[in-house]
Design a protein around this ligand. Structure first.
Ligand SMILES: [Zn+2]
Length: 426
């Protein structure tokens, strides 16, 4: 959003607060469903850090109405998590990026339907002190503050929870109609909610860039009428990596396409797209490092990543996975040849690495790094409509080629599905 538009919106909210008009009158009525939450969510117009005399650091949210809050700390990396009812964050782009007292930075966003979260990176071991809500008399704004107190490592460790209760995630995927034989394409926009992904020097988040691209790809594929297209997230919400895999498998997806845009701050000249397929062994050290970084997305959002379906349990599943990966590679090659003419590719455009989202044993899966947010050139392209149209067009062609003229055939049985959806020419 342009800065002036954001300002105007922020001012409007501030005015509403000053006039004593809460954004929503039904205070006790917590948002029940994902669709109506925006209208009923509390609005946050400021998030400020302050350091007290004893070194305690307070994070204060200025809200349009009182909400419930719960906070806890987690180790490795040291962080605090503040769970809230859904909040519509109307905060400046720089919010949370500056170190203050015990807090080195914080990020915020929608964590699950009806639930927002603030993840606080701790500069040193600290525990959660008082959580307070007061109403500011002059304008009726609600100030919610969470205090962090210095703690030694032992006290921190005792306070730290090993993992937080997993959110009751909404099923984004509607059950597929049994009569519809069209292949299911699962488009996975990387990151989301409390996990911003890479951040460009201009402040643009990877989660927003890849979501815009994913939406464009979905429209493109839907327009052809040949596919049923689903998304692992359909808005700015956090979805754990294993959940993305589960969503794809539950929807009986025939192809999983994950969209990312990396950043290498040390090398702003590095640019171009790379297509990854899953493998226990990475092609090169760089790919291994990238997969490791992407696999930390759950921790960035304040959850422990569970092992998920990645660890293949038996030999049958192992065989299925191996077979599926042949198809994934076949699709990656087709994708490479379609994208080469329309976009810059990295020097080695098809690589393998152990990405968690590429571990469905029965869904051919690729992860596309569209380019580098650290390259101004790539960043400009990533935000260009005509570039986006070219690239989604190339992807659609590769998907058409992958399914060939099998799209009109009856869906194969799940047990041997990966074999039956063999591409025309891998
Ligand atoms: Zn990413």
């Amino acid at each position: 959003m342009p800065t002036h538009a954001r300002l105007i919106r922020t001012c409007a909210v501030a005015l509403a607060l000053m006039a004593g008009l809460p954004a929503d009158a039904q205070d006790g009525d917590r948002a029940k469903t994902n669709t109506s939450t925006v209208a009923t969510a509390a609005v946050a117009i400021a998030a400020d850090l302050s350091v007290g005399a004893n070194g305690a650091t307070k994070l204060t949210l200025t809200l349009s109405k009182p909400i419930e809050a719960r906070a806890f700390v987690m180790e490795r990396p040291d962080r605090a998590v503040i769970d809230l009812a859904e909040v519509n964050f109307q905060l400046g782009a720089e919010t949370g990026r500056k170190r203050e007292g015990l807090v080195s930075s914080f990020r915020y966003g929608l964590f699950a339907p009806g639930r927002s979260r603030i993840v606080v990176d701790l500069a040193q071991a600290a525990t959660v002190g008082r959580i307070e809500t007061v109403t500011r008399p002059r304008d009726g704004a609600v100030l919610l503050s969470v205090e962090f107190q210095r703690a030694d490592r032992d006290a921190f460790r005792r306070a730290a929870v090993s993992s937080d209760p997993s959110p009751a995630l909404r099923k984004i995927v509607a059950p597929s109609e049994p009569t519809d034989a069209r292949p299911v394409i699962m488009v996975d926009a990387g990151h989301g909610g409390t996990d911003p992904g890479a951040i460009a020097a201009t402040g643009v988040f990877e989660k927003d860039i890849v979501f815009g691209f994913a939406q464009a790809l979905v429209s493109r594929l839907e327009a052809s009428g040949r596919y049923r297209v689903r998304m692992t997230r359909d808005r700015d919400v956090f979805v754990p990596l294993s959940e993305r895999v589960r969503i794809a498998r539950e929807a009986k997806a025939d192809l999983f396409v994950s969209i990312h845009a990396d950043s290498i701050s040390a090398a702003p000249q590095v640019r171009g797209a790379t297509i990854y397929t899953g493998s226990e062994k990475a092609t090169d050290a760089e790919s291994a490092k990238l997969a490791e970084r992407e696999n930390k997305a759950d921790a960035a959002a304040g959850t422990e990543s569970n092992e998920g379906p990645g660890h293949v349990a038996d030999i049958l599943q192992e065989l299925t996975l191996r077979e599926t990966r042949t198809f994934s590679s076949g699709f990656a090659k087709g994708l490479m040849s379609q994208l080469g003419p329309v976009m810059a590719m990295s020097p080695k455009p098809h690589r393998e690495a152990g990405f968690m989202v590429l571990r469905s044993p029965d869904v051919p899966s690729v992860l596309v790094e569209l380019g580098y947010l650290s390259s101004q050139h790539d960043l400009d392209l990533l935000q260009s409509d005509s570039w986006r149209a070219d690239v989604t067009g190339g992807m659609a062609k590769a998907i058409d080629a992958f399914f060939g003229n099998r799209t009109s055939l009856t869906r194969p049985q799940p047990a041997r599905r990966s074999a039956a959806i063999a591409p025309v020419s891998p």
